[in-house]
Design a protein around this ligand. Structure first.
Ligand code: GAF
Length: 387
């Protein structure tokens, strides 16, 4: 499968650029099991990689030229000069790969140009980290070709910088780390403060369960303001409480912290979400480690309520998925990713998958919403070289 994909992408690269690529790489999208909007608060997250990948065929250049092409976007080859790359000057898809080159060079790595051809099966705008997959696949290819010796978490940091500074989207570090560091069959328990990681075995099929991803088809965007407002509100909360980040507010000190915030109603809600969400991640980890997998369902539901009521980033379509799936027998369900659209996840007994899927599709039709895309997610491999 990977070989066939790599061969096809390499062939197209040769048609575009006149010679075969030096290599072909892949980086996946992700879903987050639990731990939402905790990553820019130095907290905990628990994503796993999807089988959906962005693939890049890449060769080095020594003349300072960066040529970018995507099979998925009209517009042909885009040619840039690495010396001219500057933050927030590009509003197109090319800002993501160009931002990675910029971040590598800013960090002192002598990247002197590249020819890049990309294609992706990660749905875009679905909250499944298509941007991170795009960044990470380019970073990994350049890391290999220019023999930079950077580890997965270091590539993730550089990709985050590309997205924050070059693209101008104030996201955290979860998605890039997930794409770079996840392992097949596992969810990644990540401490976003120091990027320490633990791979947690997550094989639902072996226990007769499934995890569905329901893409509501409501497109979200991170640079459009609401994400940044939540982030700023969390930073305000940390400042008012005199801590470096909300991660430092202990769960058993939450009530006292909320009292101290007085009539800062919005900040109180944001703080309550982040502090309880960190606790939920730790609870899910310990349930999975003790083999009590079904018991994570109610924790996912609590997480959704917190994102809907306290963080206020759900939408009618996401709420409908969660309510309908639970009504049709799901063990748990919640929105996943940045919010304001995108996808929800549903944890279900294998035997209930068809009933739940049908119920969600019918509920969307009855509400006159665009039909959702439903697929089963099995934890897949992180970024890697294909050929
Ligand atoms: C988006 C961001 F990119 C992540 O960093 C994270 O904050 C997530 O939203 C919410 O948990 O995917």
């Amino acid at each position: 499968m990977s070989e066939a994909v790599a061969g096809a992408v390499a062939e197209r690269f040769e048609e575009l650029y006149g010679a075969g690529p030096e290599g072909v790489w892949a980086a996946p999208g992700r879903v987050n099991l639990i731990g939402e909007h905790t990553d820019y608060n130095d907290g905990f997250v628990m994503p796993f990689a999807l089988p959906h990948i962005t693939v890049a065929a890449v060769s080095r250049r020594e003349d300072g030229v960066l040529r970018l092409h995507s099979a998925d976007i009209d517009g042909g080859v885009v040619e840039l000069r690495v010396d001219d790359l500057a933050p927030e000057t590009d509003r197109n898809w090319t800002a993501y790969p160009a931002g990675v080159v910029w971040a590598l060079r800013e960090a002192g790595h002598a990247v002197t140009g590249a020819d890049v051809h990309l294609t992706s099966t990660v749905p875009s705008g679905a909250g499944l980290s298509s941007s991170a997959a795009l960044e990470v696949v380019v970073a990994l290819a350049l890391n290999d070709l220019y023999e930079l010796g950077l580890k997965g978490w270091q590539l993730a940091r550089l990709c985050q910088r590309a997205e924050n500074v070059y693209v101008g989207a104030p996201t955290g570090i979860m998605d890039q780390t997930a794409s770079a560091c996840c392992e097949a069959g596992h969810a990644l328990f990540l401490d976003t403060r120091d990027l320490s990681q633990k791979q947690i075995p997550f094989d639902l099929a072996a226990e007769g369960m499934r995890l569905l991803v329901v893409d509501t088809q409501v497109k979200h965007a991170h640079s459009d303001g609401e994400y940044g407002k939540r982030r700023a509100g969390c930073e305000k909360g940390a400042a008012l409480l005199g801590v470096d980040a909300l991660r430092d507010v202990p769960y058993d000190g939450l009530d006292a912290a909320l009292d101290r915030l007085g009539d800062e109603e919005e900040v109180r809600r944001l703080v309550r979400h982040v502090v309880t969400e960190d606790e939920r991640v730790e609870r899910v980890v310990s349930l999975l480690e003790s083999g009590d997998t079904r018991a994570i369902g109610p924790v996912l539901v609590e997480g959704h309520a917190s994102l809907r009521d306290d963080f206020r980033i759900s939408c009618p379509e996401l709420d409908l998925v969660v309510d309908t799936a639970l009504g049709a027998g799901a063990l748990g369900a919640r929105m996943t990713g940045g919010g304001f659209g995108g996808s929800a996840i549903v944890l279900a007994e294998a035997a209930d998958v068809d009933t739940i899927t049908k119920a969600v599709q019918e509920a969307f039709a009855a509400a006159d919403f665009t039909a959702p895309r439903v697929f089963e997610a099995v934890p897949a491999a992180g970024a890697r070289r294909l050929s």
